[in-house]
Each structure stands twice: as C-alpha cells, then as structure tokens.
Design a protein around this ligand. Structure first.
Ligand code: XMP
Length: 317
C-alpha cells in the first residue's frame, strides 16, 4: 500500500544521507517524471541541485519558455539552454526514425555534457527514471526495446563519470503523480500527457526542416488546446499530431491548393505498452479539423488515426 507522504519523507532523508554536500545535475524535460525527481531532490539538497532544461527545437509550441518559467516559479535552480539550431542542423536531411533518435540522443549528451560542467563538485547525475523504464531497459530482448530505442534510458556516457541517483526508480507513473501532488506540484503539470524525448522529430515523417516543425507546432497546439477547452484532455492518455510526407489536392475559394496532410492521434492506455484509439466526438473532430485548415498555412487536409497498439504503435515512427 503506497503512501506518498511516507515515501517523500523517507526518500528525502535517504537523498540527504547519500549526497551530503555534493552537487547534482539533472536534465529536466518538462515531463512529470523529471519534474517530480527535481522537486524531491530540491527538498533534500536545495541549491546543490543544478537543473538543465534543453530546448531541442522539437518541443511543443511555446513549451520551452512557459515550462522554464514554471520551473523558476517552483524555486528550482534551473538553466535553460536553447540548442534548437544545433539539433535542427544535425537533423537536416535525416529521414530514418532510428537515425533521428540516435542523432538527438547524441546531441543531447553533447549539450548536456557542456552544460553540466558547473564545477568540480558535481558528483551525481539525477534522472527521473521510473519503474517501467527500468523494466523496459532490462528486458533488452523485449519487443519495445528492439522496436524503438528510447534514448532517455540506458544511463550515462563514460566520459561524464558521474554517479547516478534515480529517486523514482521503484515507482509506477500513478505513484509518481501522487508523490508530485504531495510535493505541491501544479496538477496541470502532473496531468500532462507523455511526450517522447525526440519530440516532434518522430512526428514529422521524412526529413525535418524548421518550416515543418513550425507547421506541426501550430497544428499540435490547435489540437491540444481544443482537447483542453472541450474538457477532453484529461480523458486521453496521450495525443498529438503527425505531419505526413505527402501533399494532397484541395480547393480554397476558386483556387486549387496542393498542401500538407496531417494526422491526429489520441489514445487511451495505462502504460503505453498497449493502446486503443479514442472515440473523440465527431463534433470535436469537425471543429478541430476546420480550425487547423483555416489557421495553419500549408495544411489542407486532416485525417484521424483509428489504429490501436498493437499492431500499430502510438507514434508513427
Ligand atoms: P510507441 O510509439 O512505441 O510509444 O507505441 C510508446 C510510448 O513511448 C513514447 N515514445 C518515446 N519516448 N523516446 C521517448 O522518450 C522515444 O524515442 C520514444 N518513442 C516512443 C511514445 O510517445 C508513447 O508514449
């Protein structure tokens, strides 16, 4: 029987004991796990926790600024690093999904390594690893490990030479959310949908350009804001939009158009291992489709993904 209060009390004591006066670095992602890990560590060691939040240029619209602001308001010692151009430059011309993931993983490590050399007293790397991540990365022969390489699991490059601290590694997602609530973290942040580490790169099928990222950010924002204003966001486990590498013919006024197609995806799931597509109301889909086509220049067609996992996966890449 899991009690978040007792967990916080024991973990804070354990972290104090283990870390003493060492400095710790932690990469914040904007997601629930890294945020809860950071707040827990902050309670234990205060300003000795140095957080780094990297903008890889593949986050949701305005997410870097708004989440960075939110972290600062929470009292975390956080450095925002805008490495968008570096990531987008390195990704230019790459279409293969696994190469995208590997490139992002590599550049992230390079950026993080530069930024984490705060002082010689940094002895620890903290991570928001949770129990399902541990299981997935241990069962290397399991299906998910071989289908997609989740770059945020698997630890630390040798050259970083830091000890790892993972205060959430025995917890399930719902327990992490309960710990977060006990720590007083904003419920809106705790209720955020999962978002993949490689971000929008794996939702832009084919090669990635700054223009495609902009289009997808706009589409995604209309969709996600729509889910929120219709009271549907919390009923969905994860949602997002996918930019397809095809153009379709449309008509606007009496002009022929030949523009991008986007797919919308919303799934129900408990752990991401299996998922069902959500039966979103037709009225909602109609409104969102109209909004996307009217507001986002370059898109003339919206489709809704009605595939479940398995045999499809949640992401298209
Ligand atoms: P799939 O597409 O495998 O996704 O059904 C299951 C869950 O994992 C997320 N996902 C990733 N998360 N790095 C991540 O951090 C990745 O490379 C990655 N690929 C998929 C996906 O968003 C879903 O929540």
């Amino acid at each position: 029987n899991f009690t978040p209060n007792a967990f916080v009390e024991e973990m804070v004591a354990e972290l104090k004991e283990k870390i003493q006066n060492d400095k710790v670095v932690l990469g914040l992602s904007g997601g629930v796990d890294s945020t809860v890990a950071a707040v827990l560590l902050h309670q234990a060691i205060g300003p000795n926790l140095h957080c780094i939040f990297v903008n890889n240029g593949l986050l949701r619209k305005n997410e870097f600024e708004s989440v960075l602001h939110q972290y600062k308001d929470m009292g975390l010692n956080v450095k925002g690093v805008d490495a968008s151009s570096r990531f987008l430059d390195e990704l230019a011309g790459i279409s293969d999904p696994e190469t995208k993931r590997k490139t992002i993983g590599r550049v992230f490590i390079e950026v993080f390594d530069d930024e984490s050399k705060i002082s010689d007293d940094v002895k620890w790397l903290a991570q928001g690893t949770i129990y399902p991540d541990v299981i997935e990365s241990v069962s290397v022969k399991g299906p998910s490990a071989t289908i997609k390489s989740h770059h945020n699991v698997g630890g630390l490059p040798d050259f970083m030479k830091l000890k790892i601290v993972e205060p959430l590694r025995m917890l399930f997602k719902d327990e992490v959310r309960r710990v977060g609530a006990t720590l007083g973290i904003d419920p809106a942040l705790l209720g955020r949908h999962p978002f993949p580490g490689p971000g929008l790169s794996i939702r832009i099928l084919g090669d990635i350009t700054p223009e495609k990222v902009r289009i997808l950010q706009e589409v995604d924002a209309v969709f996600i804001d729509g889910l929120k204003s219709w009271g549907l966001y919390d009923k969905v486990w994860q949602a997002g939009a996918i930019l397809l590498p095809v153009n379709s013919v449309g008509v606007m006024g009496d002009e022929r158009t030949y523009e991008k197609v986007v797919a919308l995806r919303a799934v129900e799931s408990t752990d991401g291992m299996t998922a069902d597509w959500v039966h979103l109301p037709y009225d909602f889909l109609m409104k969102v489709s109209n909004d996307i086509i009217n507001k986002v220049k370059g898109v003339n067609r919206v489709v809704y993904d009605i595939s479940s996992k398995p045999p499809a996966t949640i992401e298209w890449e």
